[in-house]
Each structure stands twice: as structure tokens, then as C-alpha cells.
Design a protein around this ligand. Sequence first.
Ligand SMILES: [Zn+2]
Ligand SMILES: [Zn+2]
Length: 273
Amino acid sequence: MIADLHIHTIYSSYSLYKNNKEVIRQLKTQFGKKSLYNGNVPALGKIIPDGLSSPEEVVRQAENQGLGAIAITDHDTTVGNHITQELAKSERILVIPAVEISTRDGHVLAYGVKENLPSHMAAKQTVDLIHKLGGVAVAAHPFAPSKYAPAFFPKKEIIRLDEKLIRGINFDGIEIAGGLKKNQDYWIKVAEELNLAKLGGSDAHTPASIGSAVTKFPSSCKTIEDLLNAIKKRQTSVITRKNFSLITLKTTLEYIYKSTIGRFFINYNVPVS
Ligand SMILES: [Zn+2]
Ligand SMILES: [Zn+2]
């Protein structure tokens, strides 16, 4: 089975705005209380969401890509994950409970954890908490070209964990795919040296890039529990499936369109149960 273990939805943006009283006030005035959960964030003035895929688009694209499982890893919120799980119930696709946590030291991916975890703790503390809750902790995108989040994020946040830190923390796996081939080879070596699982995810913020990098699981894996166990047993490998430069170009164009002119035409309404 192949799985994209790093996908963002429109709900990913929620974590960036939840502490901004002015944005919350505007959202409530414009859309009512449920606005934070119906994905109308893109319609707001200058605000650009960090994820542009609705849960429906994610499921559709995952099916088109022949994925057996996906993980919605929105920043510091599990809202999008829960909604996608509900949507995918009638489909063949497994949706792994997951979240991408902003720690003080960089981004950490948690799998098999259903609750929202606190953000901005030390990475080590976060990893310990994930383990305490029975989840799997993965170092996100150590190959990222920049240590900090792009300029349009409200805060200059550290996203990439230092290699020294990764080596010193009890991670279960390292995210490998999602960049230059040179970087991939390097991190595969590090994962093997530390006996960590090698995981692939697209870090897709738009539908077009979903499935561009994936994790290959043993064919015996049938359930979410099986997938988590395969990571724990270091039985995964990584596949980069598409031409990254083409995908990057397409994704960038899609992102620019959807976050500017497009947001006036796209209706992101998602039924909330
Ligand atoms: Zn990240
Ligand atoms: Zn991400």
C-alpha cells in the first residue's frame, strides 16, 4: 500500500489565526460562529490560508493517485483530519489520525494521535508526549531549504529541526521525500544510521501536489493500526512519484491563483457534522 503522509487542508490555516482576535472578530462578523470550521477563511481580505485543498478535493485527488491511505497533517489542529475521516468513511482510503505540531525547535509530525497537542513546546517534550499518547513521532522535512517559514506567515517561525537535535531525540522516523534528490539520499543515510523509519509525504498545500511523494508500506498492511506498526518496525520506504519541478511549478501557479483572484470564485463550504 502507498500513502501520502503529509497533506494540508484549508483548516490548516485555522491555527495561524486562532490567537488573532481581530481576525476571529472579522470571521465571526462576516460568516458567523461556524466560519472557522466551514473553510471560508480564503474569502477574507488579505488573509491567505496556508492550505488550499478542501477535504473533498483531498479525497478525490488521493483516489486519482491510487493512494491506499493519507494523513491530514494540518498545522496544530486536527479539525481537517476529523472532517476528512468522516468524508472518507464510504471510500477505500484510510485516513490516519495526524497533526503537524509547531514546536519551539521546528515542525514535528505526529501519527496515531487523535487529540490536539499543545504547540511551541520543546521538540523533545512534544515527542515524549506523542509517545505517551501511543503515537508515532516523525521529524518533518529536515531537507527544507529554509529554517524559517515563508515570509507571508504571521510569525517568523522555525520550521526545520536541526540535524543535531534530530539525532538526539527519540524519533520513530524521518521524513525523506519532498525535495532535491541529493537531499533525499543524505537523509536516507541518516535514517538508516539511526535506525529510523523512512517516510514520504508531499507536504501538499494544494490538490495538485498530493501524492507527489509517498510512503510504501508492506502489502500485508490493511488497517491504520497496521500502518502505525509498520512505522514502529521500520518497514517503510519512500517513493518520489512525479517530476518535482513540474509539480512545484503547477502548485505555485495554483497557489497564487487560489489565494488571489481565485478566492472570490471558489466556494470552500464544507458540511460540518
Ligand atoms: Zn512543516
Ligand atoms: Zn506541512
